[in-house]
Write a protein that binds this ligand. Sequence first.
Ligand code: 26A
Length: 346
Amino acid sequence: MAAAQGYPLLCLENPLLDIQARGDAALLEKYRLKENDAILAEDQHMGIYEDLLARDAKLIPGGAAQNTARGAQYMLPEQSVVYIGCIGKDKFGDILKKTCEEAGVHTEYRVDESQPTGKCGVVITGHNRSMCTHLAAANEYKIEHLKQPEIWSLVEKAKFYYVGGYHLTVCVPAIIALGEEAAAKNKPFMLSLSAPFIPQFFKEQLDSVLPYTDYTFCNETEALAYSESHQWGTEDIVEIAKKLAQLPKQNTQRPRVAIVTQGTEPTVVAIGSPAGVIEVKEFKVHEISKDAINDTNGAGDAFAGGFCAGIVGGKSLDDSVDMGQWLASKSIQELGPSFPFPKQTY
Ligand code: 26A
């Protein structure tokens, strides 16, 4: 049962189960994967899930924004986060629902009867991860599902929104509906660019939702892909962050904040202003020893989760970035996009 008062943070994207195993150059080569990337699976990739299972793959709840939702809830008071997306009627879907429940994230899944729950093959090589996603049921989320009265009432009750950019491959109208609601009521709307292929191949879709974003997250490769696809003629991360912060905005009551994470390099934050003056800040990451790293799958999602927890909790921008970096450092010490249990406090 949905809490009558709703949930402050509403997240939307693609619920996926990660099938994650250590791989090698031969496995990457077989499916023509880069060592650090995310792609949508085509017919020639469908064998990868069996190959990963043959390598003793672990089944780990994933889906980028679902990881962020669990991460934000990890640092917030109970009943703070609701997550929506589409799963199939199967065991994988049940695993996702249970994991969210255990993490205290309320889910409002649409259950598709015809397609299986989406899955993401994750090939770990060293500190890199290559992801190959078969969306299946996750691709069946439609605007009418969001507009169902019991779901839309949660949208109206929410005070903050986080959408994974990966959803731009699924249902742009749902993202825009959330963006409109956020802008009309001056509620913060946050979006991650998710992967280089989004600015490369879903450029129009991305550009149709960017005006709604108050907080825009990306990592350095996504920032570079955005700059390249928009022919900005720069590979300078600070310049790109500044230009992202300055892009047109629907809600003019808030400046846009563009946040670029860069692995172990400092996080660059550019804060726009109506007068066009851009402030840039850099934040060092929370260092941990290389030996303590388990895998980096989900590090960016964890950063966004900690950051969202800060913003939802009324913390300053600087504190929110620090919370993001804290949660990312915790997540990479776990297997996949997970967080330490018993719970650690910030
Ligand atoms: C549409 N695509 C490609 C995707 C994803 C995705 N989540 C949603 N949509 N491809 C990979 N992921 C998730 O990213 C997380 C790591 O950041 C994986 O499920 C993984 O948990």
